[in-house]
Design a protein around this ligand. Sequence first.
Ligand SMILES: Cc1ncc(COP(=O)(O)O)c(C=O)c1O
Length: 410
Amino acid sequence: MSKQNALWQTETLLTHAGRKGKAHSGPVNPPVIRASTMLFPNVAALNQATGTRGIYGRHGNETTHALEHALCAAEGAATCLLTPSGLSAITTTLLALLKPGDHLLMVDTTYDPTRLFCDGLLKQIGVSTTYYDPLIGAGIATLMQANTKVVFVESPGSLTFEVQDIPAIAKVAHAQSALLVSDSTWATPIGWSSFALGIDVSIHAATKYIVGHSDALMGIILTTAALADTLRCTYKQLGLTISGDDAALALRGLRTLSARLAMHRSNAHAIANWLQAQPEIASVLYPPLPGSPGHAIWQRDFRPEYACGLMGAVFRADITEQQVAALIDRTELFGIGFSWGGFESLILPTAPAQVRTVHADQWQAPMIRLHVGLEGVQDLISDLEAGFSALRGAVAIKAIAPPRIQPAAA
Ligand SMILES: Cc1ncc(COP(=O)(O)O)c(C=O)c1O
């Protein structure tokens, strides 16, 4: 990319970054390269290439490099590493930045498998972890230890969507020479200026909005020039790579990311407003929505035009899990499945209290997570209306159900 390109609008970057420019003749997209072995015409050429990237399939190829360039441009990073899943991007980064005896501050609302890694492999190699309240802000200073090397943020948090005060946390971390690592999947590469906020390593599960079509798994590590070598060294030792086919899928997804987010966002706003008006809902957890918890910080730190379609909703405490199951089962357009960020709407019951250690008692009421997709929003609302009448019907049935016969009396 030329220097001029750094001034382009996000949409232009997403369309042109990682491509060869006007002088290029040939297909718009890079070829999808499938290769393990690279051939050299003679020993001199082999010797000349040794030590450079591109001598072996695992080091990447034209397809993966185009994706790396485009992602760096989209988020303003110096280096991009592509991993086989979002989780492997997280674990690789933590392995690269932490060594035995180090301490990690991990947000309590982290994606649960990240917690399993901290409590499992990291602990096994002698790295200790303290989980902290996502709303701690500058108060994180009280948890910093002399050996704290990484502070990990995920904002909004998994399942409960707390918005963290990233600049305040970055200030404390950097004052003690600790690094700030972020699971930025919700934000996507264009939803905030991660590095300007103080983040040193921005990780994405590209599986979600970047691939965007629920047909590939991928992780991304984006970082500064200062950390590039450290991260690449661990990445290489772990033997990580992705296929040319998956790179092409992610590149295709990235080209339309802003256009898709515009529709996810507008559908999600409509659904969040609709949910908020339902008497069974105690609160809607969608930070872009005025009045939703975390909205003020979200508005300060995120780019509102690129909000995504993932949200939570908390039911009144008297609503039962069976009623929520009736709602979920009745909807037709909201698929029941893990993950999010594809073109389609999804719904899941959630139980954050089961996986939290800080303020777990706050989350006792039944909850759902919704991924609002690209369907027509009126159809989505009608679908949820049907779901809510099933939920209400489940109450009615409960009210008239005969008392259960006790086994002893049967
Ligand atoms: C916030 C967040 N980070 C990371 C991941 C892991 O991504 P992957 O499934 O690609 O490993 C997920 C998956 O749901 C996620 O929700």
